[in-house]
Ligand binder design. Structure first.
Ligand code: ATR
Length: 276
């Protein structure tokens, strides 16, 4: 019997997850396995989720705009999804589908791969943004032992709500026009907003106050080198782009569904890049 997995989203045409998982299915010779796109309208999501197993699926990824609805509709979650109140991966268990969230894992795994010298304890991390991605990354960085999270968001109230809801222990919230003081002495700078994406504006903050030893990272990967990363690189900072987070967040799901821990290879990176 075919082991079917899908990605549920609306719209879903731009998702790279089918490319990633089908690459691994072929590479590891996983037999009778299939990873499909599944366009699900918001109004149909809960009913579709309920029928997922009957439709023959053994697992799924969940993307925009369904991550929070999936959390609310499921009875089982792992601790991380429970904390984030958002789900991006479904794994079948004897008691039904369990919701997990691998976004934070993907972020950290990418940093470890691309910047092996970065140590969580080396200093404060500056996070720009307060959306779903920011939540996953903030929780993951705290778990890794980052001494302080400095959150800067255009809408300050959203950053305050994020810190409160996640019960972050060492978070400080900064005004958008006070980003300079957030950068002072930091060891990591992460853009988690949509700024820098093709067609969006750019992060305009001066990086002057950031120590030269700090790592500058972006979760945007279209383009691979955002204005922020280009500027940081010219100023001598080490940088990490956002593509690897997308690739690494897929690893725990594939392993749970098919029993093989897949590798994020340069070949996979090139494949996804060629598709953009
Ligand atoms: P996701 O859940 O995918 O992370 P989101 O919830 O839409 O996305 O969050 C987008 C982030 O980008 C937010 O932090 C948003 O800031 P606001 O909370 O103030 O809306 C930020 N963002 C988007 N466009 C922006 C812009 N032009 N200037 C500054 N921040 C922007």
């Amino acid at each position: 019997m075919t082991r079917k997995v899908c990605i549920m989203g609306w719209p879903i045409t731009h998702s790279r997850s089918p490319l990633i998982h089908n690459y691994w299915i072929e590479k590891y010779g996983v037999e009778d396995a299939l990873y499909e796109r599944f366009a699900v309208r918001p109004e149909d999501f809960v009913a579709t989720l309920r029928d997922l197993s009957k439709l023959g699926y053994i697992g799924a990824n969940i993307t925009v705009p369904h991550k929070e609805s999936a959390f609310a509709a499921l009875e089982l979650h792992d601790a991380n999804a429970e904390r984030l109140k958002a789900v991006n991966t479904l794994v079948m268990t004897p008691k039904g589908f369990e919701g997990r969230n691998t976004d934070g894992y993907g972020f950290i795994a990418n940093l470890r791969e691309r910047a092996p010298d970065w140590l969580p304890a080396s200093g404060p991390a500056v996070l720009i943004g307060a959306g779903g991605a920011t939540r996953a990354i903030a929780a993951a960085l705290e778990t890794e032992g980052v001494p302080e999270l400095r959150i800067v968001n255009r809408t300050k109230a959203r950053a305050e709500a994020l810190a409160r809801e996640l019960q972050l222990r060492n978070a400080r919230i900064f005004d958008w026009d006070e980003a300079n003081s957030a950068l002072d002495g930091a060891a990591l700078f992460v853009n988690t907003t949509t700024l820098g994406m093709n067609g969006a504006g750019e992060i305009e903050f001066s990086l002057e106050m950031l120590p030269r030893t700090a790592l500058v990272t972006d979760i945007v990967y279209t383009p691979l080198e955002t204005g922020l990363l280009a500027r940081a690189r010219l100023q001598g900072f080490a940088t990490v782009d956002g593509l690897g987070m997308l690739l690494h967040q897929a690893v725990p799901g594939f392993e749970a569904w098919f029993g093989i821990r897949p590798e994020v290879t340069p070949e996979l990176r090139a494949l996804v890049l060629a598709d953009m």
